[in-house]
Write a protein that binds this ligand. Sequence first.
Ligand code: 8YV
Length: 309
Amino acid sequence: MSIHILQTHPLHESCETALAERFIVHKLYEATDRDRLLTDTGKLIRAIAGGQVSAGLMDRLPNLEIIANFGVGYDSIDVRAAAARKVTVTNTPDVLNDGMAEITIGLMIALARRIPQTDRYVREGRWPAGNFPLTHELRGRTLGIVGLGRIGKEIALRAQAMKMRVVYHGRNRQDHQPYVFYSSLLDMARDADWLVVVIPGGAGTDKLVSRAVLEALGPDGMLVNVARGTVVDQEALVELLQSGGVGGAALDVFEAEPTVPQALWEMENVVLSPHQGSATYETRDAMGALVVANLDAHFAGRSPLTPVT
Ligand code: 8YV
């Protein structure tokens, strides 16, 4: 029996190949007339591969059983609407922890040592006229991790290799973690030199890193966001970076991707990255394999490997 699935956006190549071997795949994002595609095939669709799934889209798919998201963050899926319709949602946790932690430390070093700027300095032929200004180290600084989850813990390990002191804020104290816990994000921002944001996006965390938190981080403080743009008050961040209220920022995510505020392009105390956290062959292959494994398990009558609830 052939199973029809809907793919909502482009996926990593190895994932698309594996899906095509198993299922009849309808690509919503390639349809010139999406409404027509949903009218013609909506009743056949039993699974979605990918995110960006609203309640309205689910309404067009009366036989939908499972949404297999390509990503650990599933804030682009209306999970409440899915639960109400008894539709399973899966994500791709763990397989991206190392890749995410590597880019986070990379962004921190890039920001502290001004690596993009020094590269430009050499390419622009400015070195013969004088040395690049001195920079700062990570060693000895306090890193406040906002969200000590699976990825946060990998970042904490690597930050200690940089000889940093690690503290964290989250919903709960984690008894078996060796790092100091702050129940107040504001207090942690005040005490930390670096804030790394690695919490899930969505309504519950919208602008959690508020103007007040950024002001508490202060003129010597550095912000790194590898989570979601929505988690930080981006407008306040831009203003504080401009005025010197915050020392610097390394940003992999933005409020309205792929749009990055022009003001940030012009700042020397900022490192910009186009949502590269999981963007390696190793991690994307593993994420794709997990999407497929979740669908395989579901259609074989077993529980999916990584349901979100
Ligand atoms: C990807 C991500 O950029 O896992 C997540 O939550 O944001 C990233 O891994 C994204 O899912 C790719 O589509």
